[in-house]
Design a binder for this molecule. Structure first.
Ligand code: AFP
Length: 417
């Protein structure tokens, strides 16, 4: 890290110190009593400082190199912002991601900004309510589900770096014709929690990015039939979460926050509504190892397995401390998971008598969130195994999910064993 030092004429009370590494980069101030040079702030190495010393000596000024940490310039400027764009470029420069992935992530951030503005204005621009169709999973599509899917897909297509996209709102994964390099496989839920939209409650977009795979390049000029191409796309999308290169979500709430991992920790960026830029606000997020908040839809309690009922009953037992766990449930995975990441605790969507695999989808909900949980030091489990180890058999496959603080996830696993 660059340090700040002073180069000044000596006084009896300031002993001369020599730096360990003469090429260390630093900022410094040269000041002299006689040489006409007074408090000149410079940035450079100690070699630069020594050359100024030499010049001072040549001018007949007697000065000695005295190096002291600056009290003022170590302070971070209040105007210094780390934007998502700048952060991505840094990751690229340090070889964590390549230029292609940088472009894909930028195009996702653009989609999120557009969806954020649509969500905020939904009530004004008649975008609340249902579209009148159902998706492949038989769920009513909201108008904003459809629009957000359009926005997400078109941003990814126009990035030119995405080979296949798989969305909650599309029956099967689609090969992207505009792709000319990169060919990343991107899975996403463009607007999760959309049943909350009409009440202006938190929603979010979730995404995961997989490595390009050879079997599924969209080439509409070749003789491959569309059916075969679709098959290829399905095969290539059905990768376990352990193959994820990057994953994240964008939460549309009292603020718009994009949380992202490229496999080196988890970082959160808040959209500055004045600049229209995502700004780094949550660096290297770590989930507390335990936490006394649980987030389950307890309306399904009677439909749960007895082991899970026992677990839930015990969470509510005040015990010797006199303090039971607290319940928090928005009904929007992104919002519930975001809180769990920051405060600790557990989010769960268990199986029940009606839905034997729970409600959440492996590819574009459970796997990306589990990737983030692990990158933040937490855990994602289906009750018995690591979610990231599950190999999807279908694009819209559902799995039970228990995710959050490591100790809390291990606790529910013990009850279910
Ligand atoms: P919607 O997109 O239909 O609102 O579903 C949201 C969701 O997939 C997820 O975000 C929630 O955690 C979960 O469903 C809530 O489901 P319940 O309403 O059954 O609790």
């Amino acid at each position: 890290m660059a340090c700040s030092y002073f180069l000044s004429t000596p006084t009896p009370s300031t002993p001369t110190r020599q730096p360990a590494n003469p090429s260390t980069s630093l900022s410094w101030v040269a000041s002299s009593i006689h040489g006409g040079l007074s408090s000149v702030a410079m940035a450079g190495s100690i070699r630069d400082a020594r050359s100024v010393m030499t010049r001072l000596h040549l001018q007949g000024v007697r000065a000695t190199l005295t190096i002291e940490p600056s009290k003022t310039s170590a302070k971070k400027s209040q105007y210094e912002l780390q934007t998502l764009t700048g952060w991505l470029l840094k990751q690229e420069q340090s070889g964590v991601i390549d230029a292609e992935l940088t472009i894909v992530l930028s195009s996702i951030s653009l989609a999120c900004k557009q969806i954020a503005s649509l969500v905020q204005r939904a009530g004004i621009s008649n975008l609340t309510g249902v579209q009148g169709a159902t998706n492949v999973q038989g769920e009513d599509q909201k108008k904003l589900d459809v629009v957000s899917n359009e926005v997400f897909s078109s941003c990814l297509r126009s990035s030119g770096r995405t080979g296949i996209i798989a969305s909650e709102e599309e029956d099967i994964p689609v090969a992207v014709e505009e792709s000319y390099s990169g060919n990343y496989v991107v899975v996403f839920d463009p607007l999760d929690g959309s049943s909350n939209i009409d009440a202006a409650v938190s929603t979010g977009s979730i995404f995961g990015i997989y490595r390009p795979t050879e079997g599924c390049l969209a080439n509409l000029d070749d003789d491959t039939s569309l059916d075969q191409q679709a098959q290829n796309c399905i095969m290539n999308v059905c990768q376990p979460g352990s193959n994820l290169l990057a994953a994240g979500y964008c939460m549309y709430s009292s603020s718009v926050i994009m949380v992202l991992s490229v496999g080196k920790g988890v970082h959160g960026f808040t959209l500055d509504p004045l600049y229209g830029e995502f700004v780094l606000t949550h660096s290297d997020i770590k989930i507390p190892s335990k936490g006394k908040i649980y987030s389950f839809n307890e309306g399904n309690y009677q439909l749960w397995d007895d082991k899970l009922k026992k677990y839930m009953d015990d969470l509510k037992d005040p015990g010797p401390s006199g303090k039971p766990y607290s319940a928090r449930y928005i009904g929007s995975l992104v919002g519930d998971f975001h809180r769990t990441m920051l405060y600790g605790g557990i989010y769960g969507y268990p199986p029940d008598k009606k839905s034997k695999n729970g409600k959440l989808r492996l590819l574009y909900e459970c796997a990306p969130m589990s990737f983030l949980a692990e990158q933040a030091g937490g855990k994602g489990s289906d009750g018995y195994r690591r979610v990231l180890d599950i190999h999807p058999e279908q694009v819209h496959q559902r799995v039970p999910l228990y995710i959050g603080s490591t100790e809390e996830v291990e606790k529910v696993e013990k009850y279910l064993a």
